[in-house]
Every structure is written in C-alpha cells, then in structure tokens.
Design a protein around this ligand. Structure first.
Ligand code: DNO
Length: 408
C-alpha cells in the first residue's frame, strides 16, 4: 500500500521536510483555508500540489472535500452547493488528484470526550466516555429530548451490561467542576472540530449556540431521509466522477453510534452494503477507517475488510479497544479490535497501490506540548507509522519466500 500521512497544510507544525525523512510517500491534505461551500480553484490546488511535489512527495488523497450541511439535510440551496462540489472535483482531477475522502455525518465530524487519556506507560490516547458525552448532551448543550434519548439508549450485545447512564450522569453532575465542563466543550466542539469540519472554528465565541442551530436543521430528518440525501448527492456527482476518474470514499461515522438525536448512516456492515448498492458505481467507494469501525462492538472489522476491499479507495489504519462497560479508547496499532496486521494483508492483496495513512496515534514524549491537532501527534503517529511499515515489509518479504513443503 502507499504510505501516506495527513498533513494540515503550510500552517502544520509538522513539515513536509520532516515527513520525507520518515518514509512517507504520499500526502493527504485539503485546502484548509478555503471557507466551507466555496469552489477549490485550480490555481489554489496547483499551488499546494507543487509545494508538496517540491519535497519529492505527491498529493495522493484529499481529506476532506467537505460536504456542506445543506447537502446533508437537503436544504433549499443544496443543488447550488452540489454544483460547487462538482466544480471542485473537476479542478482536482485536472491537477491530477483522483481520490477524495468526505463524510456524511450531520453536524459533528468526530467525537471524543478525553483527548489526553493517560496510559500506564506515561503516553496518552483519545478516549470516549458515554456518561461524559451524555452529561455534555444533557447538562451543557441542554438538548431538548436528550434525557429521554439517553434513558432509551442501549449498548450493543456484550458490552455495557447493566449500565445506567442517567444514574452516572446524575453522579457526574454532583462532582462536575466548571473547568471540566469547559474542557468537555473544548474537546467535543472546538479541539476535535476546529481543524477539520469547517462548521466550527477555534475562535468561535458562542460555540454551543452555533451547535444548537446546526442541530435544529436536522429536525425531522431520520435515517431514511439522510440515506436518501446521500444517494441524491452521489447520483448527482457520479457523472463528473466517471468523466474525470474521481474516486469518492465516504468516511464511516465516528463513533459508530447514534448521538445527539441525529441519524447515522455509515456505522455497520449493513449500512455500508446499503450505500454501495444504492449507487453501484466503482467511483462510489469507502474510506475503510478501521478505527471508527472497531469502536462498534457489532462490527467484525476483518470480515468487513474482506467484504468491502474491492470498493475501498483509502484506508485509515487505527484500532480501538472497547472496555466491558462500553467506553472505548484508541489502542496501539498492533493491538485492539481491528487486527491491523490482517487488514494490511487483505488490502495489500487487493491493491498494492491503495493509499493508507496511520490515523491518530498516541501522544507521547512531549507531543502534548507542541500544539499539534488533537489526535495528530508527531512522535506517536511516527511510531505507529513505523509499526505499519514493519508489517508491510514483512508481508512483502513473505511473498518472496519459497512456499514451505507440504509435508515434513
Ligand atoms: C478524524 C478524521 C475525520 C475525517 C473526516 C473525513 O480524525 O478521521 O475528521 O477526516 O470525517 O471527512
């Protein structure tokens, strides 16, 4: 597979010169300065592409070309926004970039409650606590219907047995400090969203108010409607994708559970089967994010990789560990539920040129004070990248070994 790395553009503290030294071949990036919903011009794309190429690297994947909320909830200006999207796709293809990762998650791009959850060895990982997230929903966001939704929430089979989220939220409310409340808003709305989604910015003054307005846009939008809107979007852009050889790859919902009363449509094998069949075109594909999928106890990640490899255009290598109570954390790239070694074998067999990037990674050895984006450390990700390079080199080596004799 092609070894790529998510780089956040000229402002990223991790430079292209650094990436060259650690075995990166391709860059995954976006025009982060273009406001949401505006055309990515050929000039701006070329500018960034040439910068990347001047370091001996290539711009392999766009992550993300954001799909604006109006396309997701089916607002009055969605056709206009789809036209803009198509033009950006044409411009990217004219500059030689042919893989685009996007997501169809309403409002929130991804969610964690703790960005520096300590590991026993002194490093830290991202973490998702159901009770803290429910606390945020009920007491901080004060979403209408939140308490009822959490009262009805059930964990998937095998985890969270006997857990009473509302009782935990009430206990949390007694011990909550203004600092921890502030931190939860930072973690859920600002630090995880500011650098990726375009809906929220790091300097937003009233992020919760904005959040509520976004949520209101989805009143009455259920799973079937959101699926219909994804199909509408994909059918509209497929002719352009065919014409210019563009591979679209939707990112799974992270975490793969229903949250904030919003519909989620890329959580399970059944969901993925649905959207691949709804628009049965090879240009309509998947970002196989092993991390997002492995956070769902119902997902057999290896079986899913086997089934969906032919329609996978981009791979995120990351693995989650689910605790018996249902909370999850991001595990080592050689541990957790995702079995990244087997996934490398499956995807390498499918296509040796398929781009992958290590996703997230530990925060370690001083990463925490260097101002990197949440989940995108340098040393932690480099460590994970080295582990994956080792796995891939081993697989490559195995191919050249003479087969063992059948007997003896
Ligand atoms: C988080 C990322 C996501 C992803 C987008 C793709 O770390 O995996 O932000 O890039 O959802 O559109």
């Amino acid at each position: 597979m092609e070894k790529t790395w998510r780089w956040f553009g000229k402002k990223d503290k991790i430079t292209l010169a650094m990436l060259r030294q650690i075995g990166v071949e391709g860059i995954v990036t976006a025009l982060h300065d273009v406001p949401l919903g505006e055309i990515w011009t050929r000039e701006a794309i070329r500018d960034l592409r040439e910068l990347i190429e001047s370091y001996g690297l290539r711009w392999s994947v766009v992550e993300s070309l954001p799909v604006t909320e109006t396309i997701k909830y089916g607002g009055p200006d969605r056709d206009e926004q789809i036209e803009i999207y198509k033009q950006s796709l044409r411009n990217l293809s004219a500059e030689g970039i042919h893989t685009v990762c996007y997501n169809f998650m309403p409002v929130l791009d991804w969610a964690r409650t703790d960005l520096l959850h300590p590991n026993a060895d002194g490093s830290s990982n991202l973490y998702f606590s159901y009770s803290e997230f429910a606390f945020f929903d009920i007491h901080i966001l004060k979403r209408k219907g939140a308490r009822e939704d959490w009262a009805a929430f059930t964990f998937p089979e095998g985890v969270g047995e006997g857990r009473d989220i509302l009782a935990e939220v009430d206990a949390l409310a007694k011990e909550m400090t203004p600092e921890r409340e502030h931190e939860l808003v930072e973690n859920i709305v600002i630090k995880t969203q500011g650098f990726v989604s375009g809906n929220f910015r790091e300097d937003d003054e009233a992020p919760l108010e904005k959040f509520r307005q976004f949520l209101d846009l989805y009143a009455g939008i259920d799973k079937a409607q959101l699926q219909a809107n994804l199909k509408y979007f994909l059918e509209a852009i497929m002719p352009v994708c065919e014409e210019c050889g563009m591979k679209m790859c939707v990112h799974p919902d992270d975490p793969p559970i229903p949250i904030l009363g919003l519909p989620r449509i890329v959580r399970t094998a059944e969901d993925i089967r649905w959207f691949l069949n709804a628009v049965p075109n090879v240009h309509n594909g998947l970002t196989f994010c092993a991390g997002s999928l492995s956070a769902g106890a119902y997902n057999d990640v290896v079986a899913m990789a086997r089934e969906f490899a032919p329609r996978t255009h981009f791979v995120h290598l990351r693995s989650c560990h689910i605790f018996p109570n249902g909370d999850f954390t991001e595990a080592s790239h050689l541990g957790g539920r995702a079995d990244l070694i087997e996934l490398c074998r499956i995807f390498e067999m499918e296509s040796p040129s398929l781009p992958f990037r290590v996703d997230h990674g530990r925060t370690m050895l001083g990463d925490e004070s260097r101002g990197y984006n949440a989940g995108y450390s340098f040393l932690g990700r480099m460590f994970a990248m080295a582990q994956m390079q080792g796995v891939l080199a081993t697989l490559e080596h195995e191919k050249t070994l003479a087969p063992l004799p059948l007997e003896g």
